[in-house]
Ligand binder design. Structure first.
Ligand SMILES: Nc1ncnc2c1ncn2[C@@H]1O[C@H](COP(=O)(O)OP(=O)(O)OP(=O)(O)O)[C@@H](O)[C@H]1O
Length: 333
């Protein structure tokens, strides 16, 4: 089993937030896919979004990139020095994508363009984001391929995506995401399409490269053990709402929300991989309770929980800010 406590606790005095997300709400028709999600990310910090399938993790990342289609989005996402990502004109977003913020998608095989060599896809990004000449972009591409662990980087420049393994394709995606020196990386379960043996390597690679550049990263993961080992902070989502958040070690060792406890016990029982969901199912959007959304599955539910949604509150009396440990529960552990 993984050592879930090995990662250092990040302090709240981490630098000024690079991202402040406030009240992100996403509607699809009558369904509220995300409900007032707020989080802060310090410069150079790594944050994991954790929760079962359907919790809304990918929706947060995609909303930040402004790549959600067919959804109504409310809230603010203040990226330091750039303004509110949710309100900027599209032409500003086009410039920011790849240069200030980049996304690494779940399945590199479908995110890469099958018709162009991977070298061309990387050099195109380098030329667009850094304004390099053709020769400069090629040299930089080889350097980037080397830094993400691609063997024979020069030779691989002329490979098409289908000629590479899944792990290599994801390394190419990482190189493309890093090309414009973004200060915020969004990694959406970047290893879900890969063999278990390759998954940890890719997660480590992304975090090492993020840290080496002093960038920040939001990692979408559903493996709580991997999240706590690798990221500074954790945000636990349930049915589109934040139920607990804070420094990884605190959230893990002093979990207050019964759902976090259940996620944790699943990991402890099963080992680090293959997280199965806690017992029961998330209510469908059409039947979402008005009170705590977890109440229908919660072993500690009180009559109050069904009718009144609990607010996020600090886990400790001496808590001072949004980077502290917080939870939303009327009857915490
Ligand atoms: N394009 C879409 N059209 C309609 N509903 C969608 C769409 N994309 C996501 N949803 C719904 O939004 C909710 C949140 O989905 P999302 O993919 O963000 O969850 P997730 O936590 O990332 O799950 P997973 O781990 O399975 O990727 C789900 O109920 C999903 O069915």
């Amino acid at each position: 089993m993984n050592d879930m406590t090995s990662h250092p606790v990040t302090t709240q005095d981490a630098a000024e937030p690079i991202l402040r997300l406030e009240g992100l709400t996403v509607h699809r028709g009558a369904a509220k896919i995300l409900d007032r999600v707020s989080l802060s990310l310090g410069r150079g910090e790594t944050l994991a979004l954790v929760g079962e399938s359907g919790a809304g993790k990918s929706t947060i990342a995609t909303a930040l990139m402004r790549l959600l289609d067919g959804a109504r989005v409310e809230g603010r996402a203040e990226l330091d020095g750039a303004g509110d990502l949710l309100a900027l004109p599209e032409r500003r977003m086009v410039r920011l994508r790849g240069s200030r913020l980049s996304m690494i998608f779940q399945d590199a095989g479908s995110a890469l363009n099958p018709s162009y060599t991977v070298g061309r896809q990387l050099t195109t990004t380098l030329r667009r984001t850094l304004g390099l000449s053709r020769a400069e972009a090629r040299a930089k591409a080889v350097e980037l391929f080397t830094s993400v662990g691609i063997n024979d980087p020069d030779g691989r420049m002329s490979a098409f995506p289908h000629q590479l393994s899944g792990g290599m394709q994801q390394r190419v995606m990482v190189a493309i995401a890093l090309a414009g020196n973004p200060d915020l990386l969004l990694a959406d379960e970047p290893t879900s399409a890969l063999d278990v043996t390759i998954q940890a390597q890719i997660v480590r690679l992304i975090l090492a490269q993020t840290r080496a550049r002093g960038a920040s990263c939001i990692f979408v993961l559903h493996d709580l053990a991997l999240a706590s080992q690798s990221c500074d902070r954790i945000v636990v989502l349930y049915a589109g709402q934040v139920v607990e958040s804070g420094p990884s070690r605190e959230v893990l060792e002093r979990s207050r929300h019964p759902y976090t406890r259940q996620l944790k016990s699943c990991v402890l029982e099963i080992g680090s991989k293959d997280l199965t969901a806690p017992e029961g199912t998330v209510p469908p959007h059409s039947e979402m309770p008005v009170g705590c959304r977890f109440a229908t599955r919660c072993p500690r539910a009180l009559p109050r929980c069904a009718g009144e949604a609990p607010p996020l509150v600090p886990a400790r009396d001496d808590a001072t800010g949004p980077l502290d440990h917080q939870f939303a529960c009327w009857n915490p552990e």
